[in-house]
Every structure is written in structure tokens, then in C-alpha cells.
Design a binder for this molecule. Structure first.
Ligand code: ADP
Length: 459
């Protein structure tokens, strides 16, 4: 596998090599276009200075040699050529003393020789440092009626002073520190990724409590924070899924057992008519409960999977609420509950079939959890923010600590309160309202009643 660490190391070394190459090229261009000409000019000027001194003062052979040696000591390599081809050297010896062909013109034509110009065989400025006779500047001069050529070059050994060693050390230190820093950074960057990979493997094995402790103030820190959040959410979902399965099993199991038990009793040959009717009523009730549970579960699952085909259209919401109330007239009368409503004529944009489930659930809850001779009040109104529907009852109310779980699946404030209770109604309401981009607010006081306020923003 190409590890990130290896890729990072190789990439950095590559960048380092490329930058050295580019730096070298730029330095060469700078040398060729600016420094070289200047150096040649300076060297020629020094050679001419030496020559003019030698020509103006009548030196003896001995003092001439001492003068040349003194100049050499100042940091020059000097070659003296006469017209018969004899050579005399002062200062550090040259590595190659082959007399270059163009240098002859110094003696024959009185011309100036600039050897560095002709160094085409060496890589750019490296040629500048070659210790060879042809890498010199030469000027002609006359002494005792004889023609000479004076060829000089700065002695690189003397030129490369301490400052050069300091510079080389500086560059080497930068390179070394960069490489070490890069290795350290690569480790810092890849370590949390390895930790994250390990944590992902644990999640794949359904272990949601693997600790991931990456505290950083950067994108990786954010990633690990999101990862921890996801881990918590997955843990929560896992628990919800498990409790959902256990709730479903339990809610199916108890009516089925009741049906089975009462069906067995019905088999008894000498059963009183009154008991027979009572048992069949229980079987009927339990079958209805199972049917409603299955219907609600199917609806919830299809809403969950986003598989429910929403059939959105414009309709009169006040009319829909009125007909929902009409369905429950008999039950309201039976329970002696007084229902009033104030429904402003409202055009609404939504799925009427889904919304029917909302009104159905809220209304049956307001009836189920009401007191005898209680009241229900339904209002529908619109303002500039949207459409507001409220169901207010004078029922049992909901304890404060139960409110946060009210919309959870299978949550019942008091499981023994009502027989036809599944704990799924409000979670269906919540899902459908969310699908319509709406929100629900609950105001409730125990023993006084509850109010469910639904707000749908305008489309
Ligand atoms: P179900 O009514 O089938 O139990 P819901 O999800 O509709 O399921 O309601 C969840 C719980 O919330 C109910 O069991 C009940 O305890 C409480 N609840 C719902 N509506 C009301 C209400 N209007 N007044 C008092 N309690 C309510």
C-alpha cells in the first residue's frame, strides 16, 4: 500500500530537489547576465593596474618577481607569457597550464583576453571556478622592449573564505531541518488518520464506544469531532432500533396472546351467552388494535425510508378539518366532550391524505386523554409567517419530564392509561409535519390540559 506518510515524504523530497534545481538555474541566469561581466571587468581592471605599475616603474628582475609574488599573495594566480612561448607562474599553481589558442592574440595583436567568456564546456557558473590557465583574463604589456602577456585569475582557495563555509553550513542546516520537520509533520498528520481508521473498524463491528481522543484545532480536529458525533448518533440509533424491535415484538405479542386465550375459552361448550359476547368483544378489540398497529408501522416505515409518494396539491384545509371532526361526532357525544372550532377559510399546499393522519391522531388523542365532560378547541388561522393549526383540550395533561420524549416511537406517558394506545401516533404526526416543513409546539399542564400548536410556513 502507498501510505500517506510515504507519499508525503517522497513529495517533500521531490519538492526540495526541484527547488534546489530551480534555485541553481536562477543563480546561473543571474551570474551569466550580471555577475560574470562585472567580474571579468574587475579582473581586467586589476590586470591593467598591475601592468601600468610594472610599465611605469623600472623594476629590476628581482624586484619585478617580488612585486608579482606580492600581488599573488593578495589572492591571484598569475601567469606571465613572453612572445617566445616561455611561461612564468606566481601564486597557487594552475591545474592545467595549456596555453589557450585565443590567448596568443594578447601577444600578437595587443588584445585583451577574457577566458571566462569562452568556458562553454562547463556547466554554467561552475566553469567560473575551474583552476585552469584558459580561465583567466590576459592583458599585454612591454618590458625592456619585450612583449608579454599577463594572465591572472582570483585564487578561489583564497576567495572561498569563512563566509562561504558559513553559507554552506546555513544551507545544509536548512535542508536538514526541513527534512526532519517534514518527517515530524507527516507523522503528526497521519497518526490521527490511523486512529480514525481503527475507530471506523470498531464501528463496523457495532462497537460504538471506541474512544477517539484527537484534540486538534484544525480540519482533522473537526473531522474527529464529527466522527464522535456520528458515533454517538449511531449508538443512539442502534439503541432506538433495538428498543423498537423489542417494543414491536411486545406490542404484537400481548394482543395475540389475548386473542389466543379468549379464542380457547370460546371453545368451551357450556359458555354463558353473556361471557361469549364479552370474549368476542375482547378478540374484536385486540384484532383492531393489531390492525391499527400494523397500519401505523407501515406508514412510519414508508415515511422513514422516504418511500412514501407525496401527493402534494392545493386544497381547503378548513374543510378537511371540519370533515375530520365530523368523523368523530359519535365518539364525542359518547364521551360527552364539547368540541368547538374556529376555522378561517385557508388554501393549503400539501398532501391531504398524509395530513388527514395528523388531524386524526391529534383529535383521537384529545378525546382519549380528555376528562368526561371535557372540551376540545380547534383553531385554524394564517399570518404572514404561515398557517397555524392548534388542538387544545381540557384533558389529563402531560407531565413536564415526559415532554422531551413525547414524539419518540412507542413512548406512552402511562402505558396503562388506555388500551387502544400504541405510542406511535405522535411520531407519525411529527414525521408528516416535518415533511411539510412545519414545526410542532406543545403546551401542557397536568390535570389542566394540553395544546398542540402546528406551524406550517407558506410555500
Ligand atoms: P398513543 O396515543 O397511541 O399512545 P401517541 O404517540 O399519540 O400514542 O401519544 C403518546 C403519548 O402521549 C400517549 O400515550 C399519551 O400518554 C400522551 N398524549 C398524547 N396526546 C395527549 C393529550 N392530548 N393529552 C394528554 N396526553 C397525551
Amino acid at each position: 500500500m502507498k501510505t500517506l506518510y510515504r507519499q508525503f515524504t517522497v513529495a517533500t523530497l521531490f519538492i526540495l530537489a526541484i527547488s534546489i534545481l530551480i534555485g541553481f538555474t536562477i543563480a546561473n541566469i543571474f551570474y551569466v547576465s550580471i555577475t560574470k561581466e562585472e567580474t571579468i571587468r574587475q579582473n581586467v581592471a586589476i590586470a591593467e593596474e598591475i601592468v601600468s605599475t610594472v610599465e611605469s616603474i623600472p623594476y629590476s628582475e628581482e624586484s619585478f618577481n617580488s612585486y608579482m609574488q606580492a600581488v599573488a599573495k593578495l589572492g591571484y594566480q598569475i601567469a606571465l607569457a613572453d612572445s617566445s612561448g616561455n611561461m612564468q607562474f606566481f601564486g597557487e599553481p594552475f591545474d592545467d597550464i595549456t596555453f589557450p589558442e585565443p590567448a596568443n592574440r594578447v601577444l600578437t595583436e595587443n588584445e585583451t583576453y577574457t577566458g571566462v567568456d569562452n568556458l562553454t564546456d562547463k556547466i554554467f557558473m561552475i566553469g567560473h571556478f575551474t583552476n585552469e590557465l584558459h580561465n583567466t583574463v590576459g592583458v599585454p604589456f612591454e618590458r625592456d622592449g619585450e612583449r608579454y602577456g599577463l594572465f591572472i585569475r582570483p585564487d578561489t582557495k583564497l576567495v572561498s573564505t569563512d563566509i562561504h563555509s558559513v553559507l554552506i553550513g546555513f544551507v545544509a542546516a536548512i535542508a536538514l531541518v526541513s527534512i526532519i520537520g517534514m518527517i515530524f509533520m507527516a507523522r503528526q498528520l497521519t497518526r490521527p488518520i490511523v486512529q480514525l481508521t481503527e475507530a471506523t473498524k470498531h464501528i463496523a463491528r457495532e462497537n460504538y464506544s471506541y474512544p477517539l481522543d484527537i484534540r486538534r484545532n484544525d480540519e482533522i480536529g473537526q473531522l474527529s469531532e464529527s466522527f464522535n458525533l456520528m458515533q454517538k448518533q449511531l449508538q443512539h440509533n442502534d439503541l432506538a432500533r433495538k428498543s423498537f424491535i423489542s417494543n414491536v415484538s411486545h406490542d404484537f405479542q400481548s394482543p395475540l396472546m389475548n386473542i389466543q386465550g379468549y379464542a380457547d375459552l370460546l371453545k368451551s361448550p357450556n359458555l354463558a351467552e353473556q361471557d361469549r359476547l364479552a370474549y368476542t368483544a375482547i378478540i374484536d378489540e385486540e384484532a383492531k388494535r393489531l390492525s391499527s398497529l400494523t397500519r401505523q408501522l407501515l406508514l412510519l416505515t414508508s415515511l422513514d425510508q422516504g418511500a412514501y409518494p407525496m401527493k402534494v396539491k392545493e386544497f381547503q384545509l378548513d374543510e378537511q378539518l371540519r370533515s375530520a371532526v365530523r368523523k368523530y361526532r359519535w365518539r364525542l357525544e359518547e364521551e360527552d366532550i364539547n368540541l368547538s372550532y374556529q376555522l378561517a377559510p385557508t388554501r393549503f399546499h400539501g398532501d391531504p391524505e398524509l395530513l388527514d393522519n395528523v388531524w386524526d391522531n391529534l383529535l383521537t388523542n384529545a378525546i382519549k386523554y380528555n376528562k368526561s365532560r371535557g372540551s376540545i378547541e380547534i383553531t385554524l388561522q394564517s399570518d404572514e409567517t404561515g398557517t397555524i393549526v392548534a388542538f387544545k383540550d381540557s384533558g389529563l395533561g402531560i407531565p413536564k419530564d415526559a415532554l422531551p420524549q413525547l414524539f419518540d416511537r412507542f413512548y406512552r406517558v402511562d402505558a396503562a392509561r388506555k388500551k387502544d394506545s400504541t405510542g406511535l401516533g405522535l411520531s407519525i404526526v411529527h414525521q408528516i409535519v416535518s415533511l411539510h416543513h412545519g414545526t410542532i409546539r406543545v403546551n401542557s399542564k397536568e390535570d389542566e390540559g394540553s395544546e398542540f400548536i402546528l406551524h406550517f410556513p407558506h410555500p
